[in-house]
Design a protein around this ligand. Structure first.
Ligand code: FES
Ligand SMILES: [Fe+2]
Length: 341
């Protein structure tokens, strides 16, 4: 009995129950097309109706367990839509109510909707857990200030949340994981500012010029400056912002994380920019592709790590990872900031 209880607690902690997670940006949903998302080991079907309203229900049909995300949407006269099960076509409205064949009456709710917090185009959720922290307003600020370029690099990685976050706050892995991409010669770690659940890291990364072949493969490498100056802004635990300059104007890459289960973590990137030249429009697609490749490389290395290795060596510039570990351990409490340097 006591073992079962402690497992539940540690699984809760390993997924940081009570943090807000950005399930999707509205542009990632097509009107009346169901999308499957997972949080804390539960699957949900998410859909956007003709009124731009987004709903989420548990994905398991209460009749015989079909995946509702494999079904279709049925639009009503008012523009709202219900989700139809792919197995026997029962239709569930946003409250999870249905009308059984041969009856004229709506049932009580058969599926408890997942609570969503919609802020503009951002679809947040606490995954049904008791909220332990506020939703950061930084994405709304960015959306007001920048142009939305697109979403990219969506991938579900077979890794728990902690290794995923460690990788995203590891300032030494450019030369290994991303060796072929940027030809970074050195990572100059300038400053780390720890303010609890928020931190900033400033890096300078001089790089070799891309070869002709690399340019042909992805012309957007030409947008990268000779020295990449990065400002990484971290919002524990669900957002890492990479603020940088490109030849065509300032960009912000927003990396998002969602603990799908104790063993799977989903990630994707929302890209924003302030294009200062028409070149940006031409490069948009290849820039999104470049970011997707970066995420694939991160996912690839995460798939090739042994679980819980004893770390016997420590490199310089691991302040970001120390910050992640410390915040994980003190969750949901905010620890005294002690990692600025
Ligand atoms: S399994 Fe969904 S209607 Fe039968
Ligand atoms: Fe990376």
């Amino acid at each position: 009995m006591s073992t079962a209880v402690s497992t539940v607690i540690s699984t809760d902690r390993s997924m940081l129950q009570g943090a807000p997670w950005l399930l999707a940006h509205k542009s990632m949903l097509t009107v009346n097309q169901p999308m499957k998302v997972a949080v804390y080991g539960h699957d949900y079907v998410l859909w956007k109706d003709a009124n731009n309203r987004v709903q989420a229900l548990p994905n398991i049909c209460p009749h015989m367990g079909a995946m509702l995300s494999e079904g279709w949407c049925v639009e009503q006269l008012d523009g709202a839509s219900a989700i139809a099960c792919p197995f026997h076509a029962l239709e569930f409205d946003h409250d999870g109510c249905t009308v059984l064949p041969g009856t004229q009456k709506e049932t009580l709710s058969q599926l408890k909707p997942l609570e969503l917090v919609i802020q503009g185009d951002f679809i947040w959720s606490y995954g049904g857990a008791e909220p332990q922290m506020a939703i950061p307003d930084v994405l709304t600020q960015i959306a007001n200030e920048y142009e939305f370029v697109g979403s990219t690099g969506e991938i579900s990685v077979a890794t728990p949340l902690l290794p995923m976050l460690l990788n995203m706050h590891d300032y030494n892995h450019q030369n290994g994981t991303h060796r072929e991409m940027f030809r970074i010669e050195e990572v100059r770690f300038e400053r780390f500012v720890d303010t609890g659940h928020h931190s900033d890291a400033y890096l300078k990364m001089p790089k070799a010029s891309p070869t002709r072949q690399e340019v042909l493969k992805n012309p957007s490498v030409l947008l990268l400056p000779k020295v990449i100056e990065a400002h990484l802004e971290n919002f524990f635990p669900s957002i890492v912002l990479f603020r940088g300059e490109s030849a065509a104007g300032p960009i912000v890459q927003c990396h998002l994380f969602i603990p799908e289960s104790a063993e799977h973590t989903r990630t994707y990137v929302l890209l924003f920019a302030k294009p200062k030249s028409p070149v940006f429009k031409l490069m948009k697609r290849s820039l999104l592709k470049l970011v997707a490749t970066v995420v694939e490389q991160d996912a690839d290395i995460l798939n090739k790590l042994y679980a819980d290795p004893p770390q016997k060596i420590k490199l310089n510039n691991e302040a970001g990872m120390d910050w992640v570990r410390r915040n994980f351990e003190s969750w949901p409490q905010v620890a005294e900031p002690n990692l600025s340097r």
